[in-house]
Design a protein around this ligand. Structure first.
Ligand code: NAD
Ligand SMILES: O=C(O)C(=O)C[C@@H](O)[C@H](O)[C@H](O)COP(=O)(O)O
Ligand code: ZN
Length: 354
């Protein structure tokens, strides 16, 4: 799998124009959702290379990261003359980069994609690394492919219109990157005051530091045979919380679900791998300060456990967790008793007063 190029842009329009001028393609298409069409497309639409470019717009929100919208993207591409030599530019958050990446991977067996992330989540995580996909059968990312974009252009200027809940959502993946990488990164991420007025230039540097953690891991293990499972820390339980929230019609943002998953999986890390209690308390304290509680009760435990049995890291029916024995010390393929898993759900509820 070819390594993708990640550009932390200081002059997005110039970088994009130079990139498109350097590429050979027959047609260009832009994919947005309703919000990114209104708030983000105007920031790039006067680039010469984007003149007369068809814009394909889908509904916003993760509940629309589904096969119906992929079919809509396929039909627009098909009806408007896309070929395997066309480019699909995904302009949006992780929902758009995941779904556009998947539509691009499958249309005529693959046309090239370019990601321009517009949320913090997509800038630090979703737009990079080549995991594409859609939700299916009530499960997160149940159908997808590894299909890296040609290039990713990151510019935190887009984040000026992003609401606080979505900023927090992306920040949860930065906390994950901190926990799986090093004490230095962990310290800088946990010191960041999310209530202060945001300095976007500083945030850009934090994003660069965070996405570099992901890039290093993906380069080593692009298809998640081993160490890439580190990037899935917090997600075995986090995705179960997220899917449960969809079932209950109270959809959690992905990063909020991951924050809750981190709490439960740090508890398991403490119990199974000796992750220090003092760090566990520090992270829970930070997350409690900023993230809303996800309300569920013990009647939901069977559903949550069943959802975990669908996790993509599992093998032969066994749930494989990624856990930590220390900040930066990742233990993959960890098996945990059902009793302890349910205890980790209790731990989340007790910590968040649910
Ligand atoms: N492939 C991966 O490696 C990976 C990694 C992390 C997350 N994900 C996936 O990413 C998705 C979540 O991504 P997300 O958090 O970016 O959600 P999202 O794409 O749904 O965006 C969140 C909301 O913000 C709006 N928005 C986007 N950019 C905006 C801007 N600049 N200003 C104002 N509003 C804006 C969107 O329209 C949407 O309503 C989930 O589906 C998750 O599973 C994938
Ligand atoms: O890039 C990865 O690898 C990740 O696991 C990053 C996660 O933050 C992301 O949510 C990913 O989409 C989860 O993948 P899945 O394989 O658990 O569906
Ligand atoms: Zn994630």
């Amino acid at each position: 799998m070819a390594a993708q190029k990640v550009v932390i842009s200081k002059d997005l329009k110039a970088d994009l124009q130079a990139f498109f001028a350097s590429m050979s393609y027959d047609k260009l298409f832009i994919l947005t959702d309703t919000n990114t069409q209104e708030k983000c497309y105007p920031l790039i639409k006067d680039i010469p290379a984007l003149q007369d470019t068809p814009v394909i717009t889908v509904q916003a929100g993760d509940t629309h990261k589904d096969i119906e919208q992929v079919a809509y993207i396929w039909s627009r591409l098909s009806n408007e003359g896309a070929s395997r030599n066309s480019l699909l530019v995904n302009l949006g958050g992780g929902m758009i980069t995941d779904m556009g990446g998947f539509a691009g991977a499958t249309f005529k067996r693959g046309l090239r994609t370019v990601n321009i992330p517009t949320t913090l989540m997509a800038s630090v995580d979703a737009a990079v690394g080549g995991k594409t996909g859609i939700n299916f059968n009530g499960l997160k990312n149940e159908v997808g492919s590894f299909y890296p974009p040609e290039c990713v252009f990151i510019d935190c200027e887009f984040l000026r219109t992003l609401d606080r809940d979505n900023l927090l959502s992306g920040y949860a993946e930065m906390i994950k990157h901190a926990l799986i990488s090093s004490m230095d990164i962990y310290a800088s991420v946990l010191l960041f005051d999310l209530d202060a007025k945001i300095d976007y230039a500083f945030l850009n540097r934090m994003v660069a530091q965070s996405v570099a953690v992901k890039e290093r891991i993906v380069e080593e293990d692009p298809k998640e045979h081993g160490i890439r499972k580190a990037l899935n820390f917090g997600h075995t339980i986090g995705h179960a919380y997220e899917s449960l929230s969809f079932k209950k019609d109270r959809p959690l943002l992905h990063g909020h679900a991951v924050a809750a998953g981190i709490v439960s999986e740090l508890y398991l890390s403490h119990k199974v791998c000796g992750f220090p209690m003092e760090k566990l308390s520090q992270v829970v304290y930070y997350l409690k300060e900023y993230y809303p509680a996800f309300v569920f009760d013990c009647k939901d435990y069977d559903t949550l456990y069943e959802l975990m049995t669908h996790d993509k890291k599992n093998e032969a029916g066994i749930i494989n967790f990624t856990l930590l024995s220390q900040v930066g010390d990742v233990q993959i393929n960890q098996q945990v008793s059902k009793e302890k898993i349910l205890e980790s759900l209790d731990f989340y509820r007790e910590s968040f007063g649910v």
